[in-house]
Design a protein around this ligand. Sequence first.
Ligand code: HEC
Length: 441
Amino acid sequence: MSSRLYNWLDARLDLKPVQRTLLDEPIPGGASWIYVFGSVTLFLFVLQAATGMFLALYYAPTPDHAYDSVRFIETDIFLGWMVRGLHHWGASAMVVAIGLHMLQTFLYGAYKAPREVMWMVGVCLFLIVMTFAFTGYLLPWDQTAYWATQIGINMVGTVPLIGDIASRVLRGGEILGALTLSRFFAIHVLFLPAILLTGIAVHLFVLRRVGPAGPWTDDRASLGAETFAPRQVYMDAVVIAGVFLVVAALAWSIPLPLTDKANPSDTSFVPVPEWYFLFYYELLKYVHGPLEPLATWVLPLCVILVMLFWPFIDRNPVRNPIRRPVALGSGLLFLLVVFGLLGISIRNLYAVPRADPAVARGRTVYAQLGCVGCHRIHGEGGAVAPDLSTVGDTRPDREWHLKHFRDPQSVSPGSFMPKFPLTDRQLNDLTSYMLSLKRAT
Ligand code: HEC
């Protein structure tokens, strides 16, 4: 800003104290590249807000129009695909940035007294961002969106006492439909931004009251302090520019998937969640039956509570990570489990051919032979025979199905399931379809 304009404004608005508050915040030990993640996260939030506003110009939150409006943005609007790409990859980048920001805070012991409140507000901000991700995922109203959300809401339904009401409130009724979509849209673009902005304001307010933690050295008296401007501003700006270039390059070069339009009756669709929820989907595969609530809500709730109250669990005032083996060990173990599960999940995803044509043919045979008259899949069909929604998990054996289809009574004595005259190909396709009916992968 030219100094004459600045002086003119300053004479009227008294800007110098504002500048001092914004830029002269002392950083103990001086500026550092390791302190940039908070600013990067804030920048990504601004990017999400800006791209989101432009997407909202064209997006229509109804089941009839949502999918087509996203396709329209993708194909007909000038640079619409780029804006959608920025919003998509920006969300991923935000999860990474928050993750690194929390990791740095954890490593430096910066959550310790007097900064407990700041950590707790930070954990809430993280949870809000994950809620953004969850609600945004439904909006394109494609098959992945629909079925992934279905699973998410069903999980909420497993919480005792409040689960049933909570899942109905989330859906806006008994089924995932028009009310759910407008509800998720309103939460995504109105409620959450308001809550997140308030949270960020509190987070920064607390930061200004307690000051940045600085290095972990015990000899704090020896630390000089440096103001936020200009060196920390410069470092933040450099990394922010770099992050923007990476997000833009991803948006530019990787076309975004849009699967078929959501089809509530196509129950064979197996959704794949975003990469940052994958580790959790993997975990869900290992727990069935009576243990299921453990994974759907007990464990997540415990992890969230431990994270939230961590500053009161780890009361050791020492900040140097080398002298905090227990805290460091628990953090490391947590990361190992999360990334281990993520690794396994990614390996499985690429090992299994995603769209096996035999499965699609099998689904047709299933419809033609009227299996639906006795069996139910994801709520559709008769109830006189076993529900087949997850028969791929409960009966994973191909041979069993082949034998059962050839002669139901040979494996289930007394079964009244008819012996269908099937060609070998029909038999194989039907079995492939049965094996594909699994819980979410
Ligand atoms: C007249 C009702 C009826 C029809 C029609 C019918 N089933 Fe069944 N099905 C049953 C009954 C009863 C059982 C339980 C006894 C058994 O295992 O045979 C069963 C069991 C099964 C099982 C084993 C489920 C489990 O968890 O043990 C599979 C798989 C199956 N049916 C698939 C099919 C397919 C595919 C079709 C269409 C080609 C079909 N059924 C048509 C009545 C029916």
